[in-house]
Write a new protein. Sequence first.
Length: 430
Amino acid sequence: MGADGRLSVPDFVTIPFIEGDGIGVDIWKVAQKVFDTAVEKSYAGKRKIEWLEMLAGEKAFTRTGEWLPASTLQTAKEYIVSIKGPLTTPIGGGIRSLNVAMRQDLDLYACVRPVKWFKGVPSPVVHPEKVDMTIFRENTEDIYAGIEWKAGTPEAAKFEKFLIEEMGVKNVRFPGDSSYGVKPVSAQGTKRLVRAAINFALENHLPSVTLVHKGNIMKYTEGGFKTWGYEVARKEYADKTFTWDEWDALKKEHGEAYANEVQRKSLQQGKLLVKDVIADNFLQQILIAPQDYSVVATLNLNGDYISDALAAEVGGIGIAPGANINYSTGYAVFEATHGTAPKFAGTDSMNPSSVILSGCMLLEYIGWKEAAELITTALQATIMRKTVTIDFYNLMTNATLLKTSEFGNEIIANMGVVAGEGQLKQSSSL
């Protein structure tokens, strides 16, 4: 990571990986082969990835007695960019979630989840092609900070006493019988996330950033997220954005017609629209008008719901990529977004697309966009040929069922094939 805030990536780069638990072994092996082939085809040997294994999850526990060894976190920091398969959540005490632990330790404050439909993927909605969003989910605060106390414990009793006797809280419905959780949301945490979302929208020439929140009920946490998000847009990007709270202020001072005209002219000038939507309404909007949203910034729990709901619209989390990024340090962990599916471990049957597309995000992040595009185009061609794994096969007609490894080989075979409207042709660029 350079002083200018940009990654400096050598042509022969070492990238750590965690293969993952359950089906992770199957899908990682396939994904690595796809990545290596795409890099070779794109750069003819002038660039190459050397893969370095890190241990986490069941494999780490078996070998070291630790679910997440300190050496793994140190390696992730040393090499800056890494990728992982799905990890199991340890049963009993200790780490609640290995994924959350890595995000917290590396301060990977932005969970970035692009959601876009691949033509031919079965979908439960009529027009999945209208879904094209990137979610920026705050990764380190909110209830995922893990600050809570179980009912009946001395800690819960102490916290309850503090609330009632010192803070004057009167609406604990069942004192003595309640568990408690604390939801920290800060101006600093909010602003760095919204800043990343706005930068992404501007760099990719996208029309809007939507702040999704539940500020109508949680006025100082979720409401603070909305307020601080708008502050970032107004104060740091005043010449590049137009915000709904600006519109509201203009409406109050000059009337709605004037406010609408200012907004119209701002958008004509190419300014980014920054708006907000209540979380429950947003879950409705992504079904009835997904085309109205391009980049979404939201808190941790909202982002969890929204990401999976959107993934379902484009074929499920089996084809949903993700990344956890700190845009200041450069630290980034790209990951499969689904679970470990242990009953299918070793069956060579699951869809590897989530980790493959997460690898495409990694390639784009380090500037190797040609290799990323080669993979996504080949994946699209493979799907259009209806040569798919069991999840898609069960929802398609006249499809060919492939194993995980066969699906990866088919993607490789289709590198250089362009998926057109109803036909496939060989690209002249390869």
